[in-house]
Design a protein around this ligand. Structure first.
Ligand code: ZN
Length: 222
């Protein structure tokens, strides 16, 4: 999944408005960003197989460090602890905010289960693997991804407050980028090599984190 992960980030922003949308964008895609690194290091393996699934040319061979349920729980706990340990001037909701960040990281795995072929392990590479394979259908992929994204954005837009407003222009830019990257991931030419896939996963994660932070910045007071 790609676009739907950001739907979760938009929704969780309203569950705890103190957490920056940039932090939540980083959290929901954390394991994909890490996966870019483990792919480049050769610690996890995939290959590009044009036409493998209608909406994804990637065959994931093994990725228990980033994409097992156990790893999702561990990365979620680590992210929550790191967030909790950051200095804050507002301690009242800090524990709750840290838990929301951890939940955002963990949310990645069940959403990936919807789309991937049965290649997402519960624990190690030899453990049971799950995946409903919605990527086999382009119409279903588009419907589910955009539905999850739209549900999150609807919450984000309707539950805003004066202290945590919506900035429509910036939100439109962010949504345009999310939808463009999502559509390009299967309508565009398959990546020519895994090096590009790994670098792309990291670069997209970094750019989206910056965009989330930018979209969430309160407007300067007049
Ligand atoms: Zn993923």
């Amino acid at each position: 999944m790609f676009a739907g992960h950001y739907g979760v980030a938009f929704a969780l922003k309203r569950a705890e408005p103190r957490v920056s949308l940039g932090t939540l964008f980083l959290a929901v895609q954390l394991v994909d960003i890490l996966w870019g690194g483990t792919l480049l290091l050769g610690w996890e393996h995939a290959r590009v197989v044009p036409g493998y699934l209608a909406a994804s040319p990637l065959e994931f061979l093994d990725y228990p460090i980033t994409h097992s349920l156990l790893a999702g729980l561990a990365w979620g706990a680590a992210a929550a602890l790191i967030y909790y340990s950051l200095p804050t001037t507002n301690v009242s909701h800090h524990g709750r905010a840290a838990a929301i960040v951890g939940l955002a990281v963990l949310s990645h795995w069940p959403l990936d289960v919807l789309m991937h072929a049965p290649d997402l392990p519960l624990a190690g590479s030899a453990s049971t693997k799950l995946g409903l394979g919605l990527w086999k259908s382009v119409p279903l992929t588009i419907a589910i991804e955009l539905l999850v994204l739209a549900a999150g954005v609807a919450l984000y837009v309707t539950r805003h407050s004066r202290r945590h407003p919506v900035r429509p222009g910036r939100l439109a830019v962010v949504l345009a980028v999310i939808v463009a990257v999502f559509l390009a991931s299967f309508l565009g030419a398959p990546p020519s090599n895994l090096h590009l896939v790994g670098i792309g996963a990291i670069a997209i994660g970094v750019v989206m984190t910056a965009l989330g932070w930018w979209a969430d910045r309160p407007a300067a007071r007049a």
